[in-house]
Design a binder for this molecule. Structure first.
Ligand SMILES: Nc1nc2c(c(=O)[nH]1)N[C@H]1C(S)=C(S)[C@@H](COP(=O)(O)OP(=O)(O)OC[C@H]3O[C@@H](n4cnc5c(N)ncnc54)[C@H](O)[C@@H]3O)O[C@H]1N2
Ligand code: MOO
Length: 392
């Protein structure tokens, strides 16, 4: 059994270089920028009024000023600034050269063409040319584009960007006991749940996920399903990973030419995880127990999908104080389902009493995975522990 860290490194090495596509900006939110975006604009392109009011010269403060023109957004004034004058200006209007401040209209009194500043502001209320960004400024690749990024790219006059293609992920649940939600299970059958969760995690990570028809517990059925995954960047199987007579995923994957990266890791839940590559397609074989499948998808599949898009893959760990004492750990790194509550200096983390890897009802109440390294000694209430937020 290899460590979680070693397994993650091997999983990440299965990611090929991201492939790019050019998208219009209104399609690009949530996608990963793959090439630098270089601004074609300086913003603002001119000194711009931050308030509705009057543009004037600081040196003229204290005098009555003659209003000689008007500048509104999109309608610049092209005259010449003379001493003792002002121009009416509106927010976003270009401040003509020669004027060095804008007074907001609330602080002025207007009498025909004459203007008196009744209470000069502290601020000059001018947004200087280029105070936001300049032509040639860059947004570097490797970031997931937020709504703010989309607005910035638009303001930079970049109507389209090169982003990473969404990795294609095929999700395959297998087992004679499985039927789809909504179907009537016969004796001995249960509802397939894991594939829906895994596909949801894949989509949230940026993938295009397809849920394949459930494979039966036969080599032929699995082979057929593997063939359906052709063209995917990643095949994620669920179940059939362990050592039972009906656990056929490893056998079939190998018969289809899988180069195995590893099988079995020192992780709880998730021991029988396998990973490898079949031709161009990466493969992750998740254990069938629902919590094991979902935790493994969170710890391994999600970073792999990020790597396939050129995103950073590190998961930030957080600290919390343990609510109750815990016994020593065994040789596997343990991810305990836990709940966070507010605490003094740090949040308080309470692992659930029941940690069996079949318990979806517990996982669904958890908002964190408490991480205990292999051979972690007994812990007292109040000790500081690491955790990962679940489904943030
Ligand atoms: N003799 C041993 N038995 C087991 C070991 C072991 O080391 N030696 N490991 C245990 C561990 S740990 C895990 S985890 C499981 C993983 O087994 P498989 O990956 O082969 O999973 P299955 O046997 O196919 O299923 C396990 C369990 O999960 C249910 N399941 C499967 N797929 C789905 C699905 N899509 N939706 C909902 N539930 C699903 C399945 O019905 C089983 O109940 O092996 C242990 N055994
Ligand atoms: O590792 Mo299994 O995933 O403990 O249930």
């Amino acid at each position: 059994m290899i460590s979680v860290e070693e397994a993650l490194a091997r999983v990440l090495s299965l990611a090929g270089a991201p492939r790019g596509e050019v998208l219009a900006l209104d399609q690009a939110a949530g996608r990963v920028l793959l090439e630098p975006a270089i601004s074609r604009m300086t913003q603002p392109p001119f000194d711009s009024a931050a308030m509705d009011g009057y543009a004037l010269r600081h040196a003229d403060l204290g005098q009555r000023l003659r209003v000689i023109g008007e500048a509104a957004a999109g309608h610049p004034w092209t005259g010449k600034a003379e001493p003792g004058t002002a121009i009416r200006i509106f927010t976003g209007g270009a401040v003509p050269p020669g004027y060095d401040r804008v007074e907001m209209q609330e602080n002025t009194q207007r009498d025909g063409e004459w203007l008196t500043v009744t209470a000069p502001s502290q601020d000059s209320y001018i947004r200087n040319r280029g105070c936001d960004f300049s032509e040639g400024d860059r947004i570097e690749p490797g970031r997931c584009l937020s709504p703010a990024d989309i607005a910035l790219l638009a303001a930079m006059n970049l109507p389209q960007v090169t982003v990473a293609k969404r990795p294609k992920v095929a999700v395959l649940a297998g087992g004679d006991e499985l039927v789809r939600p909504g179907e009537a299970p016969s004796e001995g059958q249960i509802i397939s749940s894991n594939d829906l969760a895994v596909a949801a995690i894949a989509r949230a990570a940026g993938a295009e996920a397809e849920i394949l028809p459930i494979a039966r517990d036969s080599q032929d059925s699995l082979r057929e399903s593997f063939a359906r995954a052709q063209g995917a960047d990643l095949l994620v199987t669920i179940g059939g990973a362990s050592v039972g007579d009906h656990d056929l995923v490893g056998k079939v994957a190998e018969s289809m030419g899988m180069e195995r990266a590893f099988y079995k890791i020192a992780m709880r839940p998730g021991k029988p995880l396998m990973a490898g590559r079949i031709g161009e397609c990466a493969m992750l074989g998740l254990p069938g127990n629902p919590v094991s499948a979902i935790v493994c998808a969170t710890i391994f599949m999600q970073p792999l999908i990020h790597a396939m898009q050129g995103l950073p893959t590190g998961k930030r760990r957080f600290h919390a104080r343990l609510a109750n004492a815990l016994p020593p750990e065994g040789r596997r790194q343990h991810y305990l389902r836990a709940r966070l509550t507010e605490g003094g200096d740090l949040p308080v983390i309470s692992p659930f009493d029941r940690q069996d890897s079949s318990l979806l009802s517990v996982l669904s109440q958890a908002d964190a995975l408490l991480i205990r390294p292999p051979h972690d000694p007994a812990r007292q209430a109040g000790e500081i522990m690491d955790y990962l937020p679940l489904f943030p």
